[in-house]
Design a protein around this ligand. Structure first.
Ligand code: GDP
Ligand code: MN
Ligand code: MN
Length: 254
């Protein structure tokens, strides 16, 4: 058993309006059922989700959080603009984004962009993945899956990893429930976060710095599926999320 992860090399610096699918297809011959993994940073750049820090006017809530935490109110305003709920304000902003992803700083990035600028991840990464996927399929004539990734920390462990924040034609979860283990016992709980695992694998080639590898193809492992899929399938329903409930309790007590 094996699969391949292939870095798409020599992609230029991306700017607003750049045609990512063409840039990818000019550099690699895609095959049926390839999984095209794209860093959210370049999706944001192509979509023009780039803002100058000095142009951001903080609102009341951002000013209040900044006064409490000593952070830049303009950066906090950027995070709040993409958040539906704030769970932690310091030492980092832990929020749920408008799209439903829970992460630090709503994915607003200061790295791999010119000084003084911020990158916002697309407001709806699933619809970005759909647009990119349809165009990649049209240009290549192949059946493809797409994953848009970002780098996120984990609650209980040191170190960040690539995670999926938007998908196209891939089931993000593999259900093992009902399957047998080595000893014939029926698995009752396990669901494998396949899209996140693939994002993590791709991130090994992307890195976080000046590598200039925003696109990785995973080939030889088949999670292609026709029809609508959404990264929302991976977000725990609110009523089952005991960590979020705990964080809300903590906020009230403070
Ligand atoms: P994120 O994880 O989506 O926030 O993206 P990162 O900032 O970690 O970047 C992931 C990879 O994409 C790294 O190898 C960066 O050097 C690369 N990258 C970021 N922006 C660009 C760009 O405009 N062009 C190219 N070629 N690579 C980029
Ligand atoms: Mn990022
Ligand atoms: Mn990254």
């Amino acid at each position: 058993m094996k699969f391949e992860a292939i870095a798409v090399e020599k992609i230029p610096l991306i700017h607003k309006g750049d045609d990512l699918p063409s840039l990818i297809c000019e550099r690699i011959e895609l095959q049926d059922r390839d999984i095209v993994i794209i860093a959210s940073t370049v999706v944001a750049k192509a979509e023009g989700e780039i803002f100058r820090l000095e142009d951001i006017t903080p609102g009341e809530q951002a000013l209040e959080i900044a006064a409490r935490t000593g952070k830049d109110a303009r950066f906090i305003q950027a995070v709040l603009a993409r958040s539906r709920e704030v769970f932690v304000e310091a030492p980092f902003m832990l929020v749920t984004t408008l799209a439903g992803h829970t992460c630090v700083n709503a994915g607003v990035d200061e790295s791999n962009i010119e000084h003084g600028f911020l990158l916002y991840p697309s407001e709806n990464p699933d619809s970005s993945a759909l647009k990119l996927g349809e165009q990649l399929e049209r240009l290549s004539g192949k059946k493809l899956s797409v994953i848009i990734t970002d780098t996120n920390g984990r609650a209980f462990k040191i170190g960040q990893t690539g995670v999926a924040i938007g998908i196209f034609k891939i089931k993000p979860i593999k259900r093992w429930i009902g399957e047998k283990d080595l000893f014939g016992k029926i698995l009752e709980i396990t669901e494998e976060a396949v899209a996140d695992e693939l994002a993590g694998a791709a991130n090994l080639l992307m890195g976080e710095g000046a590598g200039g590898i925003p696109v990785v193809i995973i080939r030889g492992i088949d999670y292609y599926c026709e029809g609508n899929t959404s990264i929302n399938e991976t977000y725990r329903p609110e009523d089952m999320d005991i960590i979020k409930k705990g964080l809300r309790c903590l906020q009230k007590k403070i």
